[in-house]
Every structure is written in C-alpha cells, then in structure tokens.
Design a protein around this ligand. Structure first.
Ligand code: URA
Length: 210
C-alpha cells in the first residue's frame, strides 16, 4: 500500500525528497522491528521459551493507524512464526475484510511472543516479562488505535483484570492513544452468537483509526 501511495505522490509531482524521506522512515521502522524479532528469538526471560518452535513478533503495515493485540501464539502461530493464522486468526482476518480493510493494511501483535503450553493463558509474570517488546512495537508503529482482543490483551495494557463481556465496545483514552475493547476471536468461535457483534466491533475499531 505504501508503494502505491508513494507512486501516486510522485505522479502528482510531490517533492521527491519527501517521498525519499518516507521510504527512509519505512526502512528504519522495519529495521527496528527486525531488531526486536532477533531479540525475541533469543529471549529466555520466562519459562515459555522452553516450549517454543518460533517466537511470534507480529506482522503488518509498520505505518498502520491500528494495532490489534491478542494474547499469545497458538499451535499454528508457533509453527509458522506469524500471528493469528489458526482458526481464531481466520475469523479475525474475515472481520478485518468485512470492515473493508486487509490484514496487510493493519498491524497484528500479541502480549506474549511464545506459545504457552496447551494454549493456557500466560501468567501475569510471563505477560510482564514479555511486555517491553510490545511496548517497543507500539512506539515504532505508533498507531492511533490499539484494539484489545480479549482479557489478556486488556490486562497487559490496562493492568486491571476485566470482565470482558462488560468492557467490550468501550473506547478509552490511554497515553494519547485510543483503546478499543472487544472479544478475543477464540471466544467468538466458542460463542458464535457473538459473531456479528465482533464483526461490528472490528469495523468500529478500524473506523476510529481513520
Ligand atoms: N491467539 C492469539 O491471541 N494470538 C495469536 O496470534 C493466535 C491466537
């Protein structure tokens, strides 16, 4: 998408220097994200490293105005090294597309970078050990909106234990960013009557980021 925007800017005679500067900024963002990627693959700050195949940094547009934050990689994510590529991920991708966007246009990350055994919820100590990586990702991508998917993402960012059915749909102001709260897509898979609500929520989160 950035390449297309840059081409359009060039075509309308936009200053070449500004276009070049944007390309430099993109390169620098990608370099800093790759630096974190190298670190998480070497990380031994918590027990979760023992069971990982691949640590999962996150992926997407480094200029995105929205970052979706989940809990931790599952089996498929651990094998592929990519976030949200299993069944829950397919539902998230579907919701993003239904909202008129694409996975490549947004940024997707998790609180924890390594898969917990049996997909259990990461402990608070494990979450806290991993959070500095996410905080750096947020600083680099610099999204306007953080869309928190479920209770672990909520706790990781906002530091209180939510009742997610009460919190979903809320829009908060957090350190200069907009935080939007919705269900984790795995919850929606277990509670299919919530699917339309989830789709509406993802659309609203994306609209908040425009
Ligand atoms: N669940 C998550 O929270 N994150 C993923 O990347 C996959 C499943």
């Amino acid at each position: 998408m950035l390449r297309e925007i840059l081409q359009i800017l060039k075509d309308v005679g936009f200053d070449e220097l500004i276009v070049e500067r944007l390309q430099e900024v993109k390169k620098e963002k990608l370099r800093r994200l790759e630096e974190i990627n190298q670190e998480i693959h070497r990380c031994v700050k918590c027990e979760l490293h023992k069971g990982r195949n691949k640590a999962v940094l996150g992926e997407g547009n480094p200029f995105s105005n929205i970052m979706f934050i989940g809990e931790a990689p599952g089996e498929e994510e651990d094998l592929q090294g990519r976030p949200f590529v299993g069944k829950a991920g397919q539902l998230l991708t579907q919701a993003i597309e239904r909202a008129g966007s694409r996975r490549e246009e947004v940024y997707i990350a998790n609180i924890n970078k390594c898969r917990p055994p049996e997909n259990r919820q990461p402990t608070i100590q494990e979450q806290e050990a991993c959070l500095p990586f996410l905080e750096r990702q947020i600083e680099i991508v610099n999204p306007k909106v953080l869309c928190l998917l479920g209770a672990t993402a909520y706790r990781g960012i906002l530091k209180t234990q939510p009742k997610i059915t009460q919190e979903r749909g809320k829009v908060l102001d957090f350190r200069g960013r907009t935080v939007f709260i919705t269900y984790h897509p795995a919850y929606v898979l277990r509670n299919p009557t919530e699917k339309e609500t989830f789709f509406r929520d993802i659309k609203m989160a994306i609209e908040l980021a425009i």
